[in-house]
Design a protein around this ligand. Structure first.
Ligand SMILES: N[C@@H](CCC(=O)N[C@@H](CS)C(=O)NCC(=O)O)C(=O)O
Length: 336
């Protein structure tokens, strides 16, 4: 697999499966924080930060949704990489639909940014990346942490009064994000990248037990943490929205479609219809990325056609307690 080793791009550098055929996700190296405190190195200033993302990637997608919901589009600029990742890693192909140039450095490849931030970097080159224009470096490349920073540290910069990590819900939000990570968010990858039957079976068992559990929870409440939309829903959404079109087929997570679940499917549509979310979903990029980027899984790179999902179809969840933050609803009305 491909990664940077001492600042050099290597295509033969690491194995992502353990000896027993199970998929092992690597940890991310840039873990600084933007903090709204006078002595902080990285302060939340409008125009200071740039986000490198892929519409294709569920982890990057979390940060794009958070940016949209909080109204940080003017304060934090974005570059979008090509959904197809070959041996050169993520690249900028501005002529392709939905992609952009690297607005900061006009780089051809995302790895160039990593080497700028650390000339001796030894790591995978992943999205999302939160870039600091002032110091010319990477602040952080771990999606859950970037999502949290945008949500909690940019209050004075955000154009909307939306809080996705509200007081009184915080322990629950942290617990849920943690609880869904291994079986669901990472579970689809554990199933898809397993190279032996045992680890695949285990991943699929974990995944569908967890989905069944949350389907039951969502019978009684609108969102994962109760009556408030939170970061936990964003973390769940980016996996669910890819599920029927990609994970079900490409990663062999085919016990059940999300659209067959009584509650997860309306819940997914509810989140999709939350003002600001639909604009972050690029299904063409999502499908192209998965079906063409993993030759071990899909050597002929054929993009599976279906299914045609109606994320805009009405759902019956409006009559439950809670709902999208009022600032989002007001913003959607103004847009109409
Ligand atoms: N832990 C990271 C994972 C990010 C990640 O794995 N991103 C994938 C795209 S979906 C990537 O960039 N992979 C490139 C690689 O592994 O070389 C996060 O949540 O931000």
């Amino acid at each position: 697999m491909n990664m940077l080793v001492d600042g050099e791009w290597r295509t033969d550098a690491y194995e992502s499966t353990g000896d027993d055929g199970s998929y092992e996700r690597q940890t991310t190296p840039f873990r600084d924080e933007v903090r709204d405190e006078p002595d902080a190195r990285f302060q939340p200033e409008a125009g200071r930060y740039h986000l490198y993302a892929a519409y294709a990637c569920p982890w990057a997608h979390r940060t794009l949704i958070t940016r949209a919901l909080l109204g940080l589009e003017d304060a934090i600029s974005v570059s979008i990489v090509d959904p197809y990742r070959d041996a050169d890693g993520w690249q900028f192909t501005p002529d392709k639909e939905g992609c952009t140039r690297d607005h900061r450095h006009d780089a051809d490849f995302l790895r160039e940014l990593y080497v700028r931030a650390d000339p001796d970097a030894t790591c995978r080159v992943t999205v999302p990346v939160l870039w600091d224009k002032k110091e010319g470096t990477i602040v952080n490349n771990e999606s859950a942490e970037i999502m949290r920073m945008l949500d909690t540290e940019f209050d004075d910069v955000a154009s909307r009064d939306v809080d996705l990590y509200p007081e009184g819900y915080r322990d629950e939000v942290d617990r849920i994000i943690d609880e869904i990570y291994e079986p669901i968010n990472n579970g689809v990858y554990r199933a898809g990248f397993a190279t032996e039957q045992g680890p695949y079976d285990e991943a699929v068992d974990d995944l569908f037990s967890a989905l069944d559990h949350w389907d039951e929870v969502l019978a009684d409440q609108r969102y994962l943490a109760g009556d408030r939309l939170t970061e936990a829903d964003i973390a769940m959404f980016t996996t669910l929205v890819r599920f029927d079109n990609v994970y079900h087929t490409h990663f062999m997570c085919n016990v059940q479609y999300i659209r067959e679940y009584d509650n997860l499917w309306p819940y997914l549509r509810d989140l999709y219809q939350t003002p600001g979310v639909a604009g972050t979903v690029n299904m063409a990029h999502i499908k192209e990325h998965y079906y063409t980027t993993h030759p071990d899984v899909n050597p002929h790179r054929i993009v599976a056609r279906g299914p045609d999902l109606h994320f805009e179809a009405p759902h019956d969840r409006d009559d439950r307690p809670g709902g999208p933050p009022s600032d989002l609803v007001a913003a959607a009305r103004t847009d109409d």
